[in-house]
Design a protein around this ligand. Structure first.
Ligand SMILES: C[S@@+](CC[C@H](N)C(=O)[O-])C[C@H]1O[C@@H](n2cnc3c(N)ncnc32)[C@H](O)[C@@H]1O
Length: 210
């Protein structure tokens, strides 16, 4: 684990525990994917109560305070949130309990690489939003997928004005493609650059196992 990075993030959350550096709303690609998944899970005339009845599972890697975690839980997925900042996970739980999205939620405080190496679980949906500078994280995330499972991976592009500080490496599209290709049985459904407002350019990877 990169102890300096963990301390940097912990200091950031200690200053403003309820907030995310990426804003308050879930990522639009995640919302689109959840709409697709929950439609597949429920008959077309089913109401919201039965959506997600198949109890699909998800993991939000580097969840921070849970802006994407919340969307996953509210879509009916049994969701695990992993972050190495104790303050972020505590804030996530506080919000989940206060706002009523704690059902099926598991919060883990720990290094995501160590956790991925130790877990025997596989997931229907793996989300990694803006995890920079964690070597091998994308490969590890893809290996967490069940057959048929989907991964949504978003990073700030090298040319994006908004993003991590200069010392933190940012992969380009080719590097993301090369890392995904290291995992057998993965189909890339989408890999491109997309603008968000005037200050952000992201790389978005959507992939499926099997
Ligand atoms: C840019 S923030 C993104 C947070 C959240 N995914 C979002 O989009 O709102 C990156 C998050 O990853 C966490 N993180 C970075 N490296 C990590 C690691 N090795 N293990 C666990 N969490 C990590 C940080 O604590 C931070 O919460």
């Amino acid at each position: 684990m990169d102890t300096d990075e963990r301390m940097n993030w912990e200091a950031r959350y200690a200053q403003a525990p309820e907030t995310s550096v990426e804003g308050a709303e879930p990522d639009r690609e995640l919302l689109a994917l959840l709409t697709e998944i929950t439609r597949q899970d429920a008959p077309s005339d089913a109401g919201p109560a039965v959506r997600g009845a198949a109890a699909r599972t998800a993991v939000d890697l580097g969840s921070g305070t849970g802006r994407n975690t919340r969307a996953l839980v509210e879509a009916g997925l049994r969701t695990t949130a992993v972050d190495f900042s104790p303050t972020a996970i505590a804030a996530l739980w506080k919000r989940a309990l206060a706002e009523g999205w704690d059902r099926g939620l598991l919060g883990i405080t720990g290094d995501l690489m160590e956790w991925m190496e130790s877990t025997a679980e596989h997931y229907d949906l793996v989300v990694g939003a803006y995890l920079h500078g964690v070597d091998g994280a994308l490969e590890g995330a893809l290996r967490l997928l069940r057959p048929g499972g989907r991964l949504l991976w978003t990073t700030h592009a090298p040319e994006s004005p908004h993003g991590p500080p200069p010392h933190v490496p940012r992969p380009d599209v080719d590097a993301v493609r090369a890392e995904a290709a290291r995992v057998p049985g993965i189909t890339v459904e989408r890999l491109d650059r997309t603008g968000r407002g005037t200050h952000t350019v992201d790389i978005v990877l959507l992939a499926r196992r099997g």
